[in-house]
Design a binder for this molecule. Structure first.
Ligand code: AMP
Ligand code: ZN
Ligand code: FE
Ligand code: FE
Length: 300
């Protein structure tokens, strides 16, 4: 009887492997996110801020205090043949010098790009200052959603969606491309730091077109990724199951994450499409694969 209860408890362990904090464009601080994860009953969490691991120190202290398993994470912006690809990294050494130097180049690239966005907005008659935009960020990564918030604050637009449609979106007039690494470079930098590389939210590649997306995943798999985020906060449930099936065929592991950015945004912590919750088994499979990179990544 008690054995059954223990088994059930292990089987029901829920996790979330895709979340954002104030270190990128999330609403909660790293410590508050860990606290919320604990409150809703998650047993493990990864914070995957855009192009930064700045949340790690604060979040890992909170995780120790709250007895929450926290694994290192990041969401790296990359391009493959002109297509934007987000690569999730996990279980790497957050202090790895090579990885941190590579991520630092993202901050520098944003520092070059952001004033150009301001220039374009000013030319269009919608001036903003960098200080105003930065005020909506946590001070580490300043990205387009922060520009959108500043535009709402000035009364230029009513919503983030309107800001992207009229100004900031990839095909809108104030868009400035971001200098990013290729998928292969991101995968290699994660492996070198002892981590695994996972293709994020496949539903975003081809606007939910399943056949095309499955092809994209096959090309990307050849670049050395280890897993596919089949379960995401915003995905067609049927597609999620197809992504999981393809991952199995390709010998890749499956992960899941809500892509939670805060309660004011449209996704809920721990909630994904396709499965009732993200099982701890995803974490276990990821850990097995990460071992081969970890032994190779030990720094002198
Ligand atoms: P950046 O890294 O500065 O290029 O900003 C990318 C972020 O902007 C993404 O992670 C999304 O959160 C957000 N984003 C991109 N395109 C849109 C869009 N069309 N509508 C709303 N948010 C978007
Ligand atoms: Zn984001
Ligand atoms: Fe993403
Ligand atoms: Fe994300």
């Amino acid at each position: 009887m008690s054995g059954n209860r223990i088994t059930r408890r292990i089987l029901n362990r829920k996790i979330d492997l895709h979340t954002h904090t104030t270190c990128s464009d999330g609403v909660l601080s790293p410590a508050d996110l860990v606290k919320k994860a604990k409150e809703i009953g998650l047993s493990a969490l990864a914070i995957t801020d855009h192009d930064t691991t700045a949340a790690w120190t604060q979040a890992s202290h909170a995780a120790v205090l709250l007895d929450m398993e926290l694994v290192s994470g990041v969401e790296i912006s990359t391009k493959h043949q002109g297509m934007t690809v987000h690569i999730l990294g996990y279980l790497f050494d957050p202090a790895h010098e090579g990885l941190q130097a590579s991520l630092q180049r993202y901050i520098e690239a944003r520092n070059r790009r952001n004033p150009l966005i301001l220039e374009k907005l000013e030319e269009m008659g919608f001036p903003l200052t960098m200080e105003e935009v930065r005020a909506f960020s946590g001070g580490t990564v300043v990205n387009r959603p922060h520009f959108a918030e500043a535009m709402i604050d000035r009364g230029y637009v009513k919503s983030r969606q309107e800001a992207f449609e009229r100004f900031l979106g990839d095909h809108a007039p104030a868009y400035v491309p971001k200098e990013v690494y290729s998928v292969k470079q991101a995968v290699d930098m994660l492996h070198a730091a002892g981590g695994v590389a996972v293709i994020a939210h496949p539903d975003q590649f081809r606007n939910n077109n399943l056949t095309q997306t499955l092809h994209v995943l096959q090309w990307l798999a050849e670049l050395g990724v280890d897993g596919i985020e089949a379960y995401h906060g915003e995905c067609k449930p049927d597609n999620a199951l197809q992504y999981a099936r393809l991952a199995e065929e390709l010998g890749l592991f499956v992960t899941g994450g809500s892509d939670y950015h805060g309660d004011t945004k449209h996704r809920d912590l721990g909630v994904v499409s396709g499965v009732e919750y993200i099982p701890y088994e995803c974490m276990e499979q990821m850990k097995v694969v990460s071992r081969k990179y970890q032994s190779a990544a030990i720094q002198p």
